[in-house]
Design a protein around this ligand. Structure first.
Ligand code: N2P
Length: 341
C-alpha cells in the first residue's frame, strides 16, 4: 500500500511539473528593457524569460561564432544584423505571428537596412553623444573635440566599441562614420591616439556608475543610458556633438538555431504593442520607432533633443552601415589604437 502511495504521488508530481514552463532566452544589451514588462509577458504567456547581456555587437558576434547556442532572441545593431543575415545566422520572420508590425514607423523603415522586416524588427534607436557633470567641467563646447581636453586627463572615457569610437573621430574630422578611405581612417587614428592619452579607459558599461559617482567627469555615452543615470545624479548632462553623431538601431532577430521560435515571435509582437513600446521607452529612454507609441509618450521624452534629435543634427548624423571588406581597415586601426601608449 505504501509503495502504491509513493508511486501515485510520483505520477501526480510528474503530471503537474512535467510540463515545465517554456523558457525564452534573450541575449541583449544591459539596461535595455523595463523589468516589469518582462514580468507581464511571463504572466501572459506562462513562461520564463532569461536575460543574458553583451557589451558590444562584436562581443556578441564573437560569442555566437565561438559556438554559443541556446539563445532565442538577440538585439544586434542593424549593421551587425546585415552581416549575420548574410551568413545565415538569423531566421526569416513569420509575419502571421506579428500583427503589431503595422505600428512600426514607416519613416524609420525608409532608412532601415531590412526595410521589409523580412528577418529583423527595429527595437530601439540609440543616439550616441557625450555626457558630463554640470559644475565639474568648465567651458563645455558641444563637440567631439572635448576628448582632446588635457585638463580632464584621466577623468574621461570613450566606448570600447570599434565602430562607435572610430566613428566619433571620423565625425570630428568631418568624414562619414562609414568611410572606407584609408587616408581618412589614418587621420582618425592619429586623432584617437592623442585622445587616448586623456582617457581613463575604453568602456561600455562602467561609465554609467562612474559618471553617477563623479569618478568620471565626461564620457562617450549612449542616450538612454545617460537619462537612466540622471535618475541617480541630476547633475548629469548630455549633448549630441555639433559635428553630428552615430545613430544605431538595435533590431530584434531570432537566431537560426533558436528553440522557442513561436515564443520569440510572441515576445517581439508584445514589444511592438504601442502601449508597451511607450512604457518601455519612458523607462529606458531609448526610442522605439513605433509610430503609434509616440502620442503615448510623456512630454519629457517627446521634447528631449537627445531622444528625438533636432533636424539639423539629425541631418549631419549617420547610421552605422555594414561596410563589408572595409571592416578589415577598422579592425587594424582599432588594434593599433588599443596597443598605442
Ligand atoms: C544599452 C546600450 C545601448 C545599445 N545599455 C547601443 N546600441
Amino acid at each position: 500500500m505504501k509503495r502504491f502511495l509513493v508511486a501515485a504521488l510520483a505520477v501526480a508530481a510528474f503530471v503537474s511539473c512535467g510540463k515545465a514552463k517554456p523558457s525564452l532566452s534573450v541575449y541583449t544589451w544591459s539596461d535595455y528593457i523595463k523589468p516589469e514588462l518582462i514580468r507581464r509577458f511571463e504572466r501572459e504567456q506562462g513562461c520564463r524569460v532569461v536575460l543574458d547581456t553583451f557589451e558590444s555587437n562584436e562581443a556578441m558576434y564573437a560569442k555566437l561564432r565561438a559556438g554559443a547556442t541556446g539563445y532565442d532572441l538577440l538585439t544586434p545593431s542593424s549593421y551587425m544584423v546585415s552581416l549575420m543575415h548574410a551568413q545565415g545566422l538569423v531566421r526569416r520572420l513569420d509575419r502571421a505571428l506579428l500583427p503589431n508590425l503595422v505600428h512600426v514607423d514607416p519613416e524609420y523603415l525608409e532608412m532601415a537596412i531590412d526595410k521589409t522586416m523580412d528577418h529583423s524588427v527595429p527595437y530601439m534607436i540609440t543616439n550616441t553623444g557625450i555626457a558630463y557633470l554640470e559644475g565639474r567641467v568648465k567651458d563645455v563646447v558641444p563637440s567631439w573635440r572635448m576628448f582632446g581636453r588635457a585638463d580632464l586627463r584621466g577623468r574621461m572615457t570613450m566606448f570600447n566599441d570599434m565602430r562607435e569610437t572610430i566613428g566619433a573621430a571620423l565625425k570630428c574630422l568631418g568624414y562619414s562614420i562609414n568611410s572606407a578611405s584609408e587616408a581618412e581612417l589614418a587621420e582618425a587614428e592619429t586623432l584617437l591616439i592623442t585622445w587616448k592619452k586623456n582617457l581613463a579607459k575604453f568602456d561600455n558599461e562602467q561609465y554609467k556608475i562612474g559618471l553617477a559617482s563623479g569618478e568620471f567627469l565626461l564620457v562617450h555615452a549612449w542616450s538612454g543610458d545617460v537619462f537612466q543615470v540622471r535618475r541617480e545624479n541630476p547633475d548629469v548632462r548630455f549633448f549630441v556633438p555639433e559635428e553630428g553623431t552615430v545613430i544605431s538601431c538595435d533590431d530584434l532577430v531570432i537566431p537560426t538555431d533558436a528553440r522557442e521560435v513561436a515564443l520569440a515571435h510572441a515576445f517581439i509582437d508584445f514589444l511592438l504593442d504601442p502601449a508597451v513600446a511607450a512604457e518601455n521607452t519612458a523607462f529606458i529612454y531609448y526610442l522605439c520607432p513605433n509610430k503609434d507609441s509616440y502620442p503615448l509618450l510623456p512630454a519629457e521624452i517627446r521634447d528631449n533633443p537627445g531622444i528625438f534629435l533636432e533636424p539639423g543634427i539629425r541631418a549631419k548624423s549617420e547610421m552605422i552601415a555594414d561596410i563589408g571588406a572595409a571592416n578589415a581597415l577598422y579592425i587594424k586601426v582599432w588594434d593599433r589604437l588599443k596597443a598605442a601608449r
